[in-house]
Design a protein around this ligand. Sequence first.
Ligand SMILES: Cc1cc2nc3c(=O)[nH]c(=O)nc-3n(C[C@H](O)[C@H](O)[C@H](O)COP(=O)(O)OP(=O)(O)OC[C@H]3O[C@@H](n4cnc5c(N)ncnc54)[C@H](O)[C@@H]3O)c2cc1C
Length: 665
Amino acid sequence: MEDVDHLAHERSKAQFDVEEMKIVWAGSRHAFEVTDRMSRLVASDPIFRKDNRTLLPRKELFKNTLRKAAHAWKRIIELRLTEEEASKLRFFADEPNFTELHWGMFVPFIKGQGTDEQQKKWLPLAYKMQIIGCYAQTELGHGSNVQGLETTATFDPLTDEFVIHSPTLASSKWWPGGLGKVSTHAVVFARLIITDDRDYGVHGFIVQLRSLDDHLPLPGITVGDIGNKFGSGAYNTMDNGLLRFDNVRIPRDQMLMRISQVTREGKYVQSNVPRQLVYGTMVYVRQTIVADASCALARAVCIATRYSAVRRQFGSQNGGVETQVIDYKTQQNRLFPLLASAYAFRFVGEWLKWLYTDVTQRLQAKDFSTLPEAHACTAGLKSLTTTVTADSIEECRKLCGGHGYLSCSGLPELFAVYIPACTYEGDNVVLLLQVARFLMKTVSQLPSGMKPVGTTAYLGRVEDLMQCHSTVKKAEDWLNPSVVLEVFEARATRLSVACAQNLSKFAKQEEGFLELAADLVEAAVAHCQLIVVSKFIEKLQEDIPGKGVKEQLQTLCYVYALNLLHKHLGDFVATGCITPKQASLANDQLRSLYSQVRPNAVALVDSFNYTDHYLSSILGRYDGNVYPKLYEEAWKDPLNESVVPDGYHEYIRPLLKQQLRNARL
Ligand SMILES: Cc1cc2nc3c(=O)[nH]c(=O)nc-3n(C[C@H](O)[C@H](O)[C@H](O)COP(=O)(O)OP(=O)(O)OC[C@H]3O[C@@H](n4cnc5c(N)ncnc54)[C@H](O)[C@@H]3O)c2cc1C
């Protein structure tokens, strides 16, 4: 009974080679092999179990997380895992903890902004985890506005040290992951003040926080956890921390000095590396966030798709089985665009990885020309993909009806863990405003003959794109990459140009930016959606082996694009890119694409190759054996340990047995 595959019928309908699609999803045969091996390794190790997470009190939960992190490290050393394997192992252990910040922020920042000597000194310690680092930027009173940070680092020429200080309560560091209870060191962002009392703005410093002998905070340091966060289990495995400095002294050489230095004499020297170098590290961090978005979205979609094939409602004929909810067009219209988005984000993430390599190579060759564009595009894609993923996880919960609200569906915890991605590493709206500024600058430079580069290159054809009209005459005409691309380019161009024209009406540009912020954000979203669509289309130009694989991806690409077109019809029609008739043809085409996705839906989520351990969802089980397992799970709840609950004698029995003499009821 246990081994019956309740979804076998669905799998037999697939019109493509699932094993080959797994390779496309993973990015390469090698990546597939590593991912597959690491996910199985974690799934088969009882220390990594996570089904009890939502039931544990915070202290126990946290200690258990420390145990898992230590175990993960032990396995990494014992098995001599490569960096790639180790990061996959941590990924599949699937529990937010201090190592994310150590490997994801502390190490990259030292690599990106430390001098060669600083890297030589700190990185070996960090690589061996002989020190554990976090990233302390945000303060209680200051987050998005980094230039408003208040922590100070004042140079003392007598001792050749910086004095790190928190002058106000609002300047307390607040939020850094791994800071609360674990990190021994932090990259701390503080205002640099030199002898002449001049403020040189915010710079990064490596500060030791805790003793390496007994883990006690060093003198002058107050550090702790900021408290429980959204959802049970969830992100509470992470020790987001608070930190105050009372005139803490660090050696001068602990300022990250690749971009600018303070000399022994207290002189501020800008190195010949431009400030935009900071963008390089941001491009790295944000491309990992985009990659994570596709994984989280794929996970929610996998659960919702499998369960939609298992769940039946209505439509029974003569006592026969009811209809699978996945066959309802409304379910398809809500679910399949999310499935398509998971693939779309996967490919744009893959491209961002390439972009990061490209940016790094250019930096080495002292070519900084593409950095601002790369920075704007990663900021925009971080914002777009995390917003859509957070909203989609909640949509997947609703797609699973009542059972989606159970913890054991895996969706509530996934949602709670995922949603802060919309806030950390840049609030999503603030990021879109940065993209909009970049777009406005690009548009304003067009008349002077400046050629836009990379993802803004299309703006170089502004005259054509302001005038073009879509040639679509029948529904199938939408199945043409250049037709789709043109309308997305035209819409993005027209929204940007309209914003630029409106901005020019303001005497002071900053006033215009404040007043038109909502329109600017919409223009930025249109630009980012265009990037995702164009990278999906580019992916399809590649040679993709495997029976039916490319055809499935083509279908998903059109689902992604035409669904966006349908959702943002106002933009496309109002800017005159398409007519209402063409919009209606796009919708007809979309419906027919859903019918093509339907028989392949389960196989398309199988292609993510997620283990049941990673999914941690009864609704998303590979074998679809949902009801018996839900039933079994209910009995595991601590409330069911006794038939009569604790509290019966104190509170329920007296209620039932009361004799109300004066009752008016
Ligand atoms: C789970 C989690 C983990 C984190 N980890 C870290 C960490 O490891 N290290 C670290 O240093 N920080 C960390 N942070 C902090 C995080 O980076 C900040 O919360 C984030 O940058 C947003 O800043 P904020 O909180 O100041 O939001 P605010 O900027 O106060 O945002 C509040 C609202 O104001 C809006 N807003 C702000 N500015 C503008 C504007 N100019 N125009 C229009 N609207 C605006 C925003 O859109 C938002 O709606 C973490 C946060 C979370 C939730």
